[in-house]
Design a protein around this ligand. Structure first.
Ligand SMILES: *Cc1c(COP(=O)(O)O)cnc(C)c1O
Length: 421
């Protein structure tokens, strides 16, 4: 059964004229979604990159149930609660040293808005107002106006262009062209005295699962430090094991000045995000002058039930098995990808941790490539949830995925590509 009704619901990133039918889902379990008509769908993109351990993980479900009976919501100005305090402490223990304070919000985009506001507030409060932001080509940081401003411009945001603020852009460090990125970053840091550089560490997600080495990340961080430019790591997608370590910055051995985490923060069960920063940024906002207050809030800041889910997620990450589990998913992914390595239908096969991606030789690359919707329709009919980014197919499974599940996913990719080419 597909829902082709007169539903009033407007879906995200969905062209209703071309995709009138939504698949009604009634249950999630592990790596699978169950549709209303009894079909069992393998969730090969972790339901938009959020579900890390698997759907309805019992430890997280129990934490939500218990918290919902104790304290559902409380204003977070002037009040606090144990789930939030424990999430903050747990995050500081897991993330790079140098991050000392935790600001809660509700989504990746808002965690980015908070990061930008922290950066500008810091410079204003220390009496050295800097406002310019440096970004990387092909980046994605969310869909609110500020987050779009620091993301790639294109078909997604053409209508809103007049509202987007101006930024400096450094090129993506494609293989062999890394130095151009570093030179451009150093040049703009010197010339423009920007407040901050915001970047997705190691993998640019929505930009097409573009990957670059840890050495480049490390060098970009060094350049920002040399020029006193705040380094904002947007780990909304790369966090929680996706790149093979809990956080991508770990692989470059760097401590960002500001870091954004969301998506897998609750294991994918509830919306919650955090922006972490170092002591200096917090200190710049601490004053008896109330005008220096950090003026940001959302109604549900640090919702106790969402925090309880995040606390349960952190408990899972403290188990020694987690790193082994990540390594094993990465190895399974590598094995599946390797079989397509010399296949002429594909180019640029790549993997970073548990994420794999490959590009299809398409006449018209880019997000609106014709093959995208055709592939997606084939995947839907094959009970595999994959959502190509234009001519880029990627696999980002929940970590409970089995070898058999992944083999089925790649077999479907193989068939789908034969079908559309
Ligand atoms: C998804 C994503 C965001 C936005 O997160 P939302 O929760 O969808 O607002 C921001 N940055 C990156 C890198 C993302 O992948």
């Amino acid at each position: 059964m597909r829902h082709r009704s007169t539903s009033p619901v407007w879906h995200p990133f969905t062209q209703h004229a071309l995709q009138p039918a939504m698949t009604p889902i009634i249950r999630g379990e592990g790596a699978y979604l169950h549709a209303a008509d009894g079909r069992r769908i393998i969730d090969a993109i972790a339901s938009w990159w959020v579900v890390t351990h698997g759907h309805c993980h019992p430890h997280i479900v129990r934490a939500i149930q218990e918290q919902a009976e104790r304290l559902d919501q409380v204003i977070f100005a002037g009040h606090t609660h144990e789930p939030a305090e424990q999430v903050a402490a747990g995050l500081l223990a897991l993330t790079p040293p140098g991050l000392d304070h935790v600001f809660f919000s509700d989504s990746g985009a808002t965690s980015v808005e908070v990061a930008l506001k922290m950066a500008l507030g810091y410079f204003r409060n220390i009496g050295e107002p800097r406002t310019r932001i440096v970004v990387m080509e092909h980046s994605y940081h969310g869909d609110t106006i500020g987050a779009m401003s620091v993301g790639a411009r294109g078909v997604f945001n053409a209508s809103y262009e007049p509202l987007l603020f101006d930024v400096a852009v450094v090129p993506f460090p494609a293989a062999g062209r890394e130095q151009a990125t570093l030179d451009a970053l150093a040049a703009t840091c010197e010339k423009d005295q920007p407040a901050a550089f915001i970047v997705e560490p190691l993998v640019l997600g929505a930009g097409g699962m573009l990957m670059y080495p840890a050495a480049v990340l490390r060098e970009m961080h060094r350049i920002c430090q040399a020029f006193g430019v705040l380094f904002i790591a947007d780990e909304v997608m790369t966090g929680w094991g996706r790149t093979g370590t809990p956080f991508a910055c770990e692989q470059a051995d760097i401590a960002p000045d500001i870091a954004c985490y969301a998506k897998g923060l609750t294991g994918g069960a509830l919306p919650l995000a955090v922006t972490l920063c170092g002591a200096a940024i917090f200190a710049a906002h601490v004053s008896t002058d109330r005008a220096r207050t950090f003026f940001h809030s959302s109604s549900y800041t640090a919702n106790p039930i969402a925090c309880a889910a995040a606390r349960a997620n952190l408990e899972l990450w403290r188990m020694p098995e987690m790193r082994a589990r990540i390594a094993s998913v990465a190895a399974l992914q590598e094995r599946c990808l390797a079989r397509l390595r010399y296949d002429e239908r594909f180019s640029d096969l790549r993997r970073c941790g548990t994420i794999t991606a490959l590009d299809l030789h398409a006449d018209e690359p880019g997000y609106l490539a014709d093959v995208g919707p055709k592939l997606q329709a084939f995947f839907r009919d094959s009970d595999v949830l994959l959502r190509p980014l234009g001519h880029t197919i990627y696999v980002m499974p929940p970590y409970c995925v089995t070898a058999g599940d992944l083999e089925a996913v790649y077999a479907t990719i193989d068939e789908a590509v034969d079908h559309v080419l």
